[in-house]
Design a protein around this ligand. Structure first.
Ligand code: BGC
Length: 900
């Protein structure tokens, strides 16, 4: 059936309007409730009708809907606020004296956008006097403190006050409020876990991670507080006593080479094996407003499966949902296993007090296999089930899971024989073994296999075969590709962006039919855009803002996430988008990674399952997910060049695993490689990653794109460079992004001449790209007769008539007279010393109304330009540009009348 005729939730996809989608609100609220993690509750929550509460913290008026960077750039139609949402429920009484202190403070200390793209980790909080708080305690029954944090792309958290740690003002506030109020609830409006020592230092009654829940998050929180909903989230990470307790801590801040010496012992795998007492809140932990009892009443082996049956009973007094978590522990002869590994989970439906549900879970015995990268079991490069015991634990968190069954293996069984890949370049000491303290084992580098040659398809002349002939099976892909000459093949390997005029305005990028020649072969241009918390439109268009990835993972509810992302897919479809640049499924290796908010968990299985839900939802609406960042993007500082040094076992069992789960389940047709290197080779140019593992082992048949403006290799002096040929060789099919694919293709042709890449390699990649394109909405529109290849919105002298130009400062207003209403090009010409890797947002306002956003790159001292098309009204129009002053050295606005 045509994509556009699919009926989803009673709506025909082709009939969905372009703006944020109606119908999602309830799902957004539910995802918030199910992703909110209640860590502590002495009975203070839910609030009771008529109670008086005092709310502290500026986030009551400035809720963080997401983190920063590309994953947070969503122009939401609205963002709900905690204060307003509680007020609107008319259930409890808010102490307006305290809230006014915050309102006035914000007035005098407006939100600091310094850094623009990378927002500050936190905002300035006022210092309230003891008296303020004492009086508030006299007026109110309970206190709520909201703490906010923001991190994101290009900006890690720091082990500093106001970032991972509380600021002095926040610590003071907690101290004072908890000494005056009996009941204090702390809400954490954050993108990733933060230091929690304060929970035991002050007298706090309730703590909830409310994360960053998108446009409706604050409203959902109000309902949670007032008992209209209940929290049922479970941590997707371990919260340790101190940041230095994390096994990855010692290497996280290394600038260039990060040694993953903790190996497979990441997160709870480490704590449960070696340092149980260092955990404050275990992985999988989360309270509800009620209590549950999980009883496993049957556990047995049948053929190659372990079958479990359990009952979950709500033994408390409030309705709720529980997550049944299944872990295993291998105690084996030759190979070491972590003390616990998540192997299955299921969330119950809503259970009323006294109600029970039966859950059945099947575990494939082979899914407990370990990867023997050095031959500990005598089977190098194999997944093996070793001789030993495999104990199964069931419960509501990794710590509460109780032993229910043991599977015994009397022999070593090889489950899968693979070849060594992604090899170390130098010896690495890694943690191994069982017991109370970790031991180290040194593993040595292996020798890389050469990259095999790719057979060339003999080129033919243009035989008139179009891509739709391949689609209709009247011609083979091979005969279609044979017609493309080298330059056309090279153009196909290069994407364009951002804000390309060849696709929907304001989007991240495009690839495919970007040149006239390719368009004539029936290849449309494909539109992709960010991504992990809603659609990003840099032209100011609005889109639904969704809860962040971590929050979705904390729901432990894959069907819910799938449903939410079906709506997201519908919105993307209506906006003529073909691929969403997400989900991000990198592992939360360390709490300080800035992009943790976009990613899901420290556990690969949970990441793989929730990531699959996101992908499946999008695909239902015809949108391709782009699973990113493949792989091991685990910190942001130096992200374009940092080298992750990881054993093959840790790669396969931890860092590649979420991708493997998604790919093997057939849930995605597109992946994006990470910026970083793995063992000395950039992911973008890594043949083992993009070909041997992804395609040869996992059977992936889709397309792989690079991240935006990646480094791909080194020049002879050891400088990181962005050569276009290296990704092509690795089968990373499309280089994203260039200003102009034809110019970039020139470099590809040069590389062909020197023999760096072959025609066969380009043809192989072109087939991947075209095969993918045939599955997209853009191709369907072409099949249905829509003209493809809308001419680029290039400013040329013949088309345009100069109207006016002015040099401006940020915030400066200028009046420009427009003689006749109509289409105009508003161009900015600018120069900045910032590096070309820097993305700089410049907002355009006309008559005080937001009219557009230019996201430009640094020009390293050169002059560049960017333009938007706008309909302007006759008369005097007041223009204003807003940007971070020290980012731009000179900017000029130039207005042209179009169509003259
Ligand atoms: C980010 C990607 C994003 C891309 C396009 C890059 O800087 O790393 O995750 O999809 O930009 O915005």
């Amino acid at each position: 059936m045509n994509i556009k005729d699919r009926i989803i939730n009673g709506v025909r996809l082709g009939d969905v309007g372009k703006g944020p989608i109606c119908g999602t609100k309830e799902l957004l609220m539910q995802a918030n409730a199910e992703g909110t993690v209640l860590l502590k509750n002495d009975g203070m929550l839910p609030l009771k009708k008529g109670e008086k509460i005092a709310i502290f913290g500026r986030c009551q008026f400035e809720y963080y809907k997401s983190g920063s960077g590309s994953g947070g750039k969503v122009n939401a139609p609205y963002v709900t606020q905690v204060y307003d949402s509680i007020k609107a429920l008319n259930y409890v009484e808010i102490d307006d004296v305290i809230s006014k202190i915050y309102r006035d403070w914000i007035e005098e200390n407006p939100f600091d956008f310094a850094g623009g793209w990378c927002l500050p980790s936190s905002q300035k909080e006022p210092v309230l006097t003891n008296e303020d708080i004492q009086f508030a305690a006299n007026r109110s029954d309970k206190a709520i403190i909201i703490i906010g944090r923001c991190a994101g792309e290009d900006k890690d958290n720091k082990d500093e006050n106001g970032s991972y740690l509380l600021s002095n003002e926040e610590r003071e506030l907690l101290k004072k409020v908890s000494s005056h109020f009996k009941d204090v609830c702390v809400l954490l409006n954050v993108g990733n876990i933060i230091d929690m020592k304060w929970v035991n230092q002050f007298d706090i009654s309730a703590v909830m991670y409310i994360w960053q829940g998108g446009q409706d998050g604050a409203e959902a929180i109000a309902e949670l507080l007032c008992g209209r909903r209940y929290p049922s989230g479970k941590l997707s990470d371990t919260i340790a006593h101190d940041i230095s307790d994390y096994s990855s801590h010692s290497s996280f801040n290394e600038p260039d080479d990060i040694k993953y010496s903790e190996d497979i012992y990441v997160g709870y795998r480490y704590f449960e094996t070696f340092e149980r007492e260092k955990v404050l809140y275990p992985f999988g932990f989360g309270l509800t407003y009620t209590k549950f009892e999980i009883k496993t009443f049957s556990a047995k082996t049948l053929n190659d499966k372990i079958l479990l049956e359990m009952s979950v009973t709500n033994t408390g007094t409030f309705r709720g949902k529980e997550v049944v978590q299944v872990y295993f522990e291998g105690i084996c002869k030759n190979i070491d296993y972590p003390a616990r590994q998540l192997i299955a989970f299921e969330k119950t439906g809503e259970l009323d007090p006294g109600e029970s549900q039966t859950i059945q879970i099947e575990i494939n015995i082979c899914s407990m296999a370990a990867y023997d990268d050095i031959g500990m079991t005598g089977n190098k490069s194999c997944y093996v089930i070793d001789i030993g015991e495999y104990n199964i634990y069931v419960g509501s968190s990794v710590r509460e899971a109780e032993f229910v069954y043991s599977y015994k293996s009397d022999e070593v069984s090889v489950i899968e024989k693979l070849s060594p890949v992604l090899l170390l370049a130098a010896p690495l000491d890694r943690i191994t073994g069982y017991g109370t303290k970790e031991k180290y084992q040194q593993i040595s580098p292996d020798v890389y296999l050469p990259i095999p040659e790719v057979a060339e398809i003999v080129q033919t002349e243009d035989k008139g075969i179009k891509l739709d002939d391949v689609y209709n099976c009247t011609a083979s892909m091979e005969s279609f590709i044979a017609q493309l000459d080298d330059f056309q093949l090279a153009c196909l390997s290069q994407g364009e962006g951002m804000n390309s005029p060849k696709v929907r305005p304001g989007t991240g990028g495009t690839f495919g039919g970007l040149t006239q020649a390719l368009i004539e072969f029936g290849i449309p241009a494909i539109c992709v855009t960010d991504a992990t918390a809603g659609l990003r439109f840099d032209n100011g268009d609005e889109a639904t803002s969704l809860p962040i990835g971590t929050m979705l993972a904390c729901t432990w509810n894959e069907p819910l996430v799938k449903e939410l992302y079906t709506y997201e897919g519908m919105e993307a479809y209506a906006n003529r988008i073909d691929g969403l640049l997400g989900p991000g499924v990198n592992i939360h290796r360390h709490p300080l990674c800035g992009r943790n908010f976009e990613y899901l968990s420290e556990d690969p299985y949970l990441s793989g399952i929730i990531g699959s839900g996101i992908c499946e939802g999008l695909s239902k609406a015809g949108i391709s997910p782009t699973v990113k960042h493949f792989s091991a993007n685990n910190k942001e500082a130096n992200r374009k060049t940092v080298n992750m040094i990881i054993s093959e076992r840790a790669l396969r069992e931890i860092y590649l695993k979420p991708f493997e789960i998604i790919v093997k389940a057939g849930k995605t047709k597109m992946l994006m490689t990470a910026y970083n290197q793995i063992n000395g080779i950039f992911c973008s140019s890594n043949f083992d990653l993009n070909t041997r593992v992804l395609r040869d082992e996992w059977g992936f048949e889709g397309v792989v794109i690079t991240d935006w403006w990646p480094k791909t290799g080194f020049d002879s002096e050891g400088n990181a460079v962005d050569r276009k040929d290296f990704p092509i060789k690795a089968q990373n099919d499309v280089f994203m992004v260039n200003a102009n694919a034809e110019i970039a293709a020139g470099d590809v042709i040069e590389a062909m001449k020197t023999g760096m890449i072959s025609r066969g390699e380009l043809q192989r990649n072109a087939a991947n790209i075209c095969k993918f394109i045939m599955t997209t909405p853009a191709f369907e529109r072409y099949l249905q007769g829509e003209e493809i290849g809308v001419k680029a919105n290039v400013i040329t002298d013949e088309l345009l008539k100069f109207v006016e130009s002015k040099i401006l400062k940020s915030g400066e207003k200028v009046n420009i007279k427009i003689d006749k209403s109509g289409e105009y090009a508003v161009e900015i010409i600018y120069s900045t010393t910032q590096s070309e890797l820097m993305q700089i947002p410049i907002h355009l306002y006309i008559n005080n109304v937001s009219a557009g956003l230019y996201v430009v790159n640094g020009t390293e001292g050169n002059v560049s330009s960017s333009n938007v098309s706008l309909f302007l009204i006759r008369g005097n129009n007041e223009f204003k540009l807003e940007f971070i002053d020290n980012n731009i050295d000179m900017i000029k606005i130039v207005i042209y009348e179009k169509g003259c």
